[in-house]
Write a protein that binds this ligand. Structure first.
Ligand code: FAD
Length: 310
């Protein structure tokens, strides 16, 4: 068995692996896809101390840094079940999709999250070519341009307010007949001169010139009429879904599926820690996930050194 087993190989899992290995602890990482969301990212300009990098390049560096240590990396392995230890200090068990089972005294969960997609024609084709999911990451790329924000919940309205300060014009598109964001956010949004709000509007297509986004089409759900809007960017804000479906019976999750953690990265189960986008941590970013992974690793170490000798 491992002393510490990390599930997930994104920035949170990689940071946790390095911090754990540096304590001289036997550590393994099982990841469905080492690199996580960073693999799907093009330009990264907010990884502090690095002015500009690209997702695949950062993943290669993460992998190299992990390989500097004695870490057992099991890539292309999906975890399907977590069975917490029966008694404190006992072994937790993780069952993989291939049927194998891994055991460890402490577990760090860092399975990340995925942005809910619109699933309309053009969305995949123009991802990173005008279709974006993270206003903190990609907002500045659209300085002075026209963008749409899809989704009128808190994250959509926050994104629209944020972007309105950077871009030339924002169109907020909500499927329902009204926005669902907090009233204070809606008031702020309504006060902005360069924002237009469309409700009862269903986005039907992302349009492009073959290279990048040139606009979108939506259907007015009241009249049934289709409209086209010309713009350069589309921010999809219809939900960030944590990859925690497999953990329902193992640790406490919020109603949105986020793993509940405290300031030390501890979950509801002793010896099971979590970090990054799969948790209740506020704000989902690479530097934040790395910090959280480090926190979880140090907490796991603290836990281990307090266990009674077998
Ligand atoms: P993830 O990166 O999601 O990694 C999760 C890991 O867990 C992966 O290895 C995955 O394969 C694995 N996994 C999931 N389920 C299982 C399972 N059941 N069993 C085993 N393994 C599993 N942030 C920034 O700071 N700057 C940016 O510019 C930026 N741009 C972005 C652009 C895009 C297109 C996207 C999608 C995100 C962007 N982000 C950016 C956000 C950033 O990528 C995430 O906040 C960060 O990757 C979260 O790290 P994580 O380790 O928590 O999770």
């Amino acid at each position: 068995p491992f002393e510490v087993l990390i599930i997930g190989g994104g920035p949170a899992g990689a940071a946790a692996a390095i911090y754990t290995a540096r304590k001289g602890i036997r550590v393994g990482v099982a990841a469905e896809r080492f690199g996580g969301q960073v693999l799907d990212t093009m330009g990264i300009e907010n990884f502090i101390s690095v002015s500009h990098t690209e997702g695949p390049k950062l993943v290669a560096q993460l992998e190299q840094h992990v390989k500097d240590y004695d870490v057992d990396v099991m890539n292309l392995q999906r975890a399907e079940k977590l069975i917490p230890a029966q008694r404190e200090g006992g072994l937790h068990e993780v069952v993989l999709a291939n049927g194998a089972s891994l055991k460890a005294k402490a577990i760090i969960l860092s399975t990340g999250a995925r942005w809910r997609q619109m699933n309309v024609p053009g969305e995949n084709e123009y991802k990173n070519k005008g279709v974006a999911y993270c206003p903190h990451c990609d907002g500045p790329l659209f300085k002075g341009k026209r963008v749409a924000v899809i989704g009128g919940g808190n994250s959509g309205v926050e994104a629209a307010i944020d972007l309105a300060g950077i871009v030339a014009h924002v169109t907020l598109i909500e499927y329902d007949s009204q926005l669902r964001a907090d009233a204070v956010l809606q008031r702020k949004l309504a006060s902005l001169p360069n924002v237009k709000i469309l409700t009862s509007a269903m986005t039907t297509k992302v349009n492009g010139d073959g290279e990048k986004v040139s606009g979108l089409s939506y259907k007015d759900r009241n009249s049934g009429v289709e409209h086209d809007i010309a713009l350069e960017g589309i921010f999809v804000q219809i939900g960030l879904v944590p990859n925690t479906e497999w953990l329902k019976d193992a640790v406490a999750l919020t109603t949105r599926g986020e793993i509940e953690i405290d300031a030390r990265g501890e979950t509801s189960q002793p010896g099971i820690f979590a970090a990054g986008d799969c948790t209740t941590v506020p704000y989902k970013q690479i530097v934040i996930a790395m910090g959280a992974g480090s926190t979880a690793a140090l907490s796991a170490f603290d836990y281990m050194i307090r266990l009674p000798e077998e």
